[in-house]
Ligand binder design. Structure first.
Ligand SMILES: C[S@@+](CC[C@H](N)C(=O)[O-])C[C@H]1O[C@@H](n2cnc3c(N)ncnc32)[C@H](O)[C@@H]1O
Length: 275
């Protein structure tokens, strides 16, 4: 374990960890589909990069079963304590956690697969991280990444509020030097990491009027990003009105009869060639 905690845009406070759990529930169907298509199977030893509240590790645990194992890695000790207690509550015995920074971490031995969801986005050089962890995968094993394409998110047709929320999210990431459309670029990132010919597939959910997912996701991420929005001059707290944002978004969703389209979850995967 390294001792420094990397500054990370969204932080790891309890509200944010609860937001990750709620987001993970919404992403579970797409995540399961991507893991299955990528070839994650019973018996595999898998690393989960940037495990956060642990949800991807828990999905992996059920897929690899008792003969496999999952190691969730995160730079946040708070997130890992949270994930470990959820893991225990679920009685999952094939999951362990390691506190480390992906840039610093060194492994001995090989694994069958490396998986990371919504984590490369927060690294300054995603291809370098992928290349490094692909080096720990046995020949024939698999590297899987899932990242968002955020530009498509919002109500369909858009309302002024949903357009504003999408703009705030995109701009907050961009002004923090992070690419909110990383998902759409994963094929190129894999190629830069020496993983050519990756399969790249975006999975898109659609939520009808009355489904609370959209308003919860919008209010949750804006609450987390509020310090960035105000610090970078994108919006004042009065313009955001965080205490009523979820309700206003929900009313827009219902009253306009729109469909809520969350960010696309893009999955990319490639086999590691023989060395
Ligand atoms: C948006 S959360 C995603 C959590 C989880 N993968 C999921 O999809 O629900 C990103 C996580 O990556 C972790 N993270 C970000 N940069 C990291 C780094 N350099 N090393 C290790 N963990 C990192 C953060 O602490 C956070 O828990």
């Amino acid at each position: 374990m390294t001792t420094t905690e990397t500054p990370y845009l969204l932080g790891n406070e309890p509200d944010e960890l609860r937001r990750l759990e709620e987001q993970a529930a919404a992403l579970a169907p797409a995540t399961r589909a991507i893991l299955a298509l990528a070839g994650i199977e019973p018996g595999m030893r898998v690393l989960d990069l940037g495990t956060g509240a642990g949800d991807v590790a828990f999905e992996l645990s059920r897929v690899v079963g008792p003969s496999g194992s999952v190691v969730g890695i995160d730079q946040s000790s708070k997130a890992l304590r949270w994930a470990a207690s959820r893991c225990e509550a679920q009685g999952l015995r094939n999951v362990s956690f390691v506190h480390d920074d992906l840039h610093e971490m060194r492994l001995t031995g090989q694994v069958d697969a490396v998986v990371g969801r919504l984590v490369l986005l927060y690294t300054p050089d995603p291809a370098a991280v992928l290349r490094k962890f692909a080096g720990y995968v046995r020949p024939g094993g698999v590297v899987v990444s899932m990242e968002y394409e955020m530009s498509v998110a919002g109500l369909l047709p858009a309302t002024p509020l949903s357009e504003r929320v999408t703009h705030w999210i995109m701009a907050a990431f961009a002004r923090s030097g992070l690419d909110p459309s990383l998902g759409a670029r994963l094929g190129a990132v894999f190629a830069d990491a020496g993983l050519s010919g990756a399969t790249v597939l975006g999975l898109q959910a659609y939520r009808p009027p009355g489904d609370p997912t959209g308003s919860r996701m919008a209010a949750g991420i804006i609450r987390t990003l509020l310090p960035v929005l105000t610090r970078t001059g994108l919006a004042t707290p009065e313009e955001v009105g965080i205490d009523t944002l979820g309700q206003r978004f929900f009313e827009d969703h219902v009253n306009s009869g729109a469909t809520f389209r969350p960010p696309t979850l893009v999955g990319a995967w490639a086999r590691v060639a023989g060395r």
